[in-house]
Design a binder for this molecule. Structure first.
Ligand SMILES: Cc1ncc(COP(=O)(O)O)c(C=O)c1O
Length: 333
């Protein structure tokens, strides 16, 4: 960790590293899970590690209003809304998609936490996000606020610190458990978790391969995003990058029909893991990535015999917003 980078203590750390005994036996490979779904309760998941830095910067700059954006069921927006409440800051969420009739999952918590919410049609949002953000910040200034904008998923140079430091925590976990994993695997949605892990692993555990399983955009997009967040971070904080050509690996074969659309096989694998190990995943991020990891393992695409470590990045509230899809999908199997 670098001294002098402002950070708030918001996450419950360290999170446990859990061995999945029965699944490992079944797969004939050790599978461990870093339980970052346990960074908190209402504010659970990976975003807290990044927001410890983003919100510290907001505070340092004297902001009284935090503005951020994401999908209607964004875990990042929910975590930001609740943490802002915890810090006595106002929050405004710019959400991609129409206001749903049934307010559920993360959106329910956004509302309950008192976030001010604006909805934008998907196409308009995707084409004009920069403009929407500028306008919203400008309007807030006119109203006498000091806004601070956090980009999608808190994935920027500041947010890299969250998982850069998590990799130090993981190095201590591996030391304690006396394991030397081959792969560190997580879902990739806006790239920040993978960027932080990649930089941290290059520094602390150079033999370990980080792999991000994409849940929306393709491999080229994520490689570019992760590398550009890392370059920004390195430049902004004068941190040397110890990454090499193969450091950024993204697999995009398991996105399925698109962001937040899970296949029956993903739903089934979520149910099976819950029944086998009591571990709950979500259909948008962790369920897809875990399913991808198991499928690749079966296909011989994760060679070696060392352990696999899956970073559970949270997201369980998103499952409730998809209960109908999940039940229908399991019925049809
Ligand atoms: C539960 C969950 N897992 C994984 C991710 C992906 O993390 P990142 O946005 O840092 O790529 C997200 C957010 O996008 C998330 O909400």
């Amino acid at each position: 960790m670098m001294a002098g980078v402002p950070r708030l203590q918001l996450a419950q750390l360290p999170t446990p590293l859990q061995f999945l005994e029965r699944l490992s036996e079944r797969c004939q490979r050790e599978i461990w899970v870093k339980r970052d779904d346990l960074t908190g309760h209402a504010v659970s998941g990976n975003k807290i590690r990044k927001l410890e830095y983003s919100l510290a910067k907001a505070r340092q700059e004297g902001a009284d209003l935090v503005i951020t954006c994401g999908g209607v069921q964004s875990n990042h927006c929910r975590a930001t809304a609740i943490l802002a409440a915890q810090l006595g800051l106002k929050v405004q969420l710019l959400l991609r998609g129409d206001e749903p009739e049934l307010v559920d999952g993360n959106l329910f918590l956004d509302q309950l936490a008192g976030a001010q919410i604006s909805y934008f049609a998907r196409r308009y949002y995707s084409a004009h996000l920069d403009f929407i953000v500028e306008e919203t910040c400008e309007q807030a200034r006119r109203e006498g606020h000091k806004p601070f904008f956090i980009p999608t998923g808190a994935s920027d140079a500041v947010g890299v610190w969250g998982y850069y430091n998590a990799s130090e925590e993981l190095a201590r976990d591996f030391e304690r458990e006396q394991i030397a994993p081959d792969y560190l695997i997580s879902a990739t949605g806006s790239g920040g978790t993978q960027a932080g892990l990649t930089a941290g692993v290059a520094e602390h555990m150079p033999g370990l391969q980080v792999i991000g399983y994409a849940v929306c955009d393709d491999e080229a997009w994520f490689c570019n995003k992760v590398k550009s967040d890392l370059a920004d971070w390195s430049e902004a904080y004068g941190m040397p990058l110890k990454t090499h050509d193969g450091s950024v690996q993204v697999r995009d074969r398991y996105i399925g029909e698109g962001y937040a659309i899970a296949s029956p096989a993903v739903f089934q694998s979520i149910r099976d893991l819950l029944q086998l190990e009591g571990l709950l995943l979500d259909p948008v991020y962790t369920g897809k990535a875990f399913y991808g990891m198991l499928s690749d393992l079966e296909a011989g695409l994760l060679p070696g015999d060392g352990p696999l470590v899956f970073v559970h990045t949270g997201g369980s509230f998103g499952l409730f917003a998809q209960r109908e899809q999940m039940l229908a999908s399991l019925r049809d199997l």
